[in-house]
Unconditional design. Structure first.
Ligand code: AP5
Ligand code: MG
Length: 186
């Protein structure tokens, strides 16, 4: 099974991705986590990515497409994967289609999680107390929301037009939201 989780910062992509991946025994691929690991080891990719992440901006498409192109050729993803936070722009989505086609992987669905912005900002402010994430500062949290609406939201229509979009309300109890996601995946 091949899935995409799409949604604004703080909506619960990571939280729900872990639960859905456990359920279907597929690999969770969070591009945010991959980039944060690169930053921690101070690799070239990490040093470059940090300049964007710390400002709440998107890392350039070619960097992400190279990461995903390499990652999807690994043996461990052959049982399936959930892409969390990728793609985030139309060029990334088009690049992903090409990569998946070459590998004969077919996308089952793009799950779009939603919540109102006040809820999202509050969740991330709460998380900032312990996450240690450089982008969980209040002004950067707002900037990330803005970037979502400007650069990532066009993907909703992109996947809707391909009949692949499943919209799920991301507000409520975590377990209840998992149930909602499972319902749209059947
Ligand atoms: P990324 O790591 O993907 O962050 P994000 O999209 O900003 O989203 P978050 O991880 O903050 O939120 P989430 O939706 O995963 O929610 P979570 O489950 O943690 O990206 C970070 C940066 O990396 C980007 O800004 C960009 O610079 C770069 N990047 C990454 N991918 C890229 C790409 N493809 N292209 C270019 N650049 C890229 O939940 C949030 C909080 O809410 C947690 O504390 C959680 O416990 C809590 N919570 C979860 N569910 C609920 C609930 N139902 N009720 C109450 N609280 C809840
Ligand atoms: Mg996340």
């Amino acid at each position: 099974m091949h899935l995409i989780f799409l949604g604004p910062p703080g909506v619960g992509k990571g939280t729900q991705a872990k639960r859905i991946c456990d359920r279907f025994d597929i690999i969770h691929l969070s591009t945010g986590e991959i980039l944060r690991t690169e930053i921690a080891v101070q690799s070239n990719i990490g040093n470059q990515a940090k300049l964007f992440i710390d400002k709440g901006k998107l890392v350039p498409d070619n960097v992400l497409l190279d990461i995903i192109d390499n990652r999807l050729k690994n043996n461990d993803v052959q049982k399936g994967y959930l892409l969390d936070g990728f793609p985030r722009t139309i060029p990334q989505a088009e690049g992903l289609e090409k990569i998946m086609k070459e590998l004969s992987h077919s996308l089952k669905a793009t799950v779009s999680l939603s919540a109102n912005e006040d809820e999202l900002v509050q969740r991330l402010i709460n998380r900032s107390l312990e996450s240690g994430r450089s982008d969980d500062a209040q002004d950067i949290i707002r900037q990330r929301q803005k970037v979502f609406w400007e650069q990532t939201a066009p993907l909703l229509d992109f996947y809707r037009s391909k009949n692949l979009l499943k919209e799920v309300n991301g507000v409520g109890e975590i377990s209840k939201i998992t149930e909602r996601i499972l319902e749209v995946l059947i």
